[in-house]
Design a protein around this ligand. Sequence first.
Ligand code: PMV
Length: 329
Amino acid sequence: MSRTATAIAPSNIALIKYWGLRNESLLVPYNASISMTLSRSRTRTTVEFDPDANGIEVWIGSDDGPQEAPDGFSRRVEEHVHKIAERFDVSGGFSVWTENTFPASAGLASSASGFAALAVATCGALGHPVTGSEAPPLVLLGGSGSAARSLAGGYVQWPSRNLRDKIEVVAPRDHWVLADVIAVVESAPKEVSSLEGHRRAPSSPHFGRRLELLPARSEVVRRAIQQRDFERLSKAVEEEALELHLIAMSCRPRIMYWRPGTLEVLARVRELNEDGVPCCFTMDAGPNVHVLCEPDDEGTIAEALSDLPVVETVIRDQTGHGARFQDDS
Ligand code: PMV
């Protein structure tokens, strides 16, 4: 008899970025990363497992109803699902339906929410609804490090200070709810995947220096979160975002994620600061800009960014809870 489970997992925005893999097959990053879990940017995934069947079907939700997933995407899903099934020593057939509330592959961490939701739903469908510290190693089998951080809410570090396949909650969601106003300047899939970016990162002449600077910056971010110090957080987060892109632009072959719209949004953020509106920017591996602020300033910032002709859409998000099963599954 088949069994079905549905999971919802949020995306996250990295405050300290994961960029570069020391060991790709074991997914060992060069540095620990810290992110804020989001609330409205999420993936919802349903997995059906039938022990008497074979193969896998993958469907993606769209405005025109479910569409069969493109080959590359299906293959990554299939590999992840099979690795999880192997861990539990089971085999059979799978059907996977997945949908995002935001544009996929646009530097909005769809791999984070996608692989977190896929792992949680697959485990549920296999009859092993994992929680707590058992979950990150199963999520990491999908190959996305940032996905492990989406398991928990609030502010999350991966790897934890001691273990490669564990996460650590720096502060829970209710400790400090910040707004994240996301200015989408391009919703098309990005040209160079994060995986390829991780591979190229160490070829940047600035990569070694980055690794020297990171422990102190990460500590500033952890403290700023714990003390709810927005000014200190802003300075470190912007420095970190620019450094990720410095590494991307200077690795070989170089990667240019920015678009003209990216720079226009950064300039608008500076103007808002000059007008006395506290906010800071960050970008993951893509052209879109996340503008972080206290919830009271969210409306002003969303309006200012929506007014820019280069901005396609503004997504108003905030600190959220981690991945969970959907109640009716
Ligand atoms: O988890 P991946 O392989 O999609 O890599 C994420 C890379 C960044 O988004 C650029 C940084 C991060 O820490 O999320």
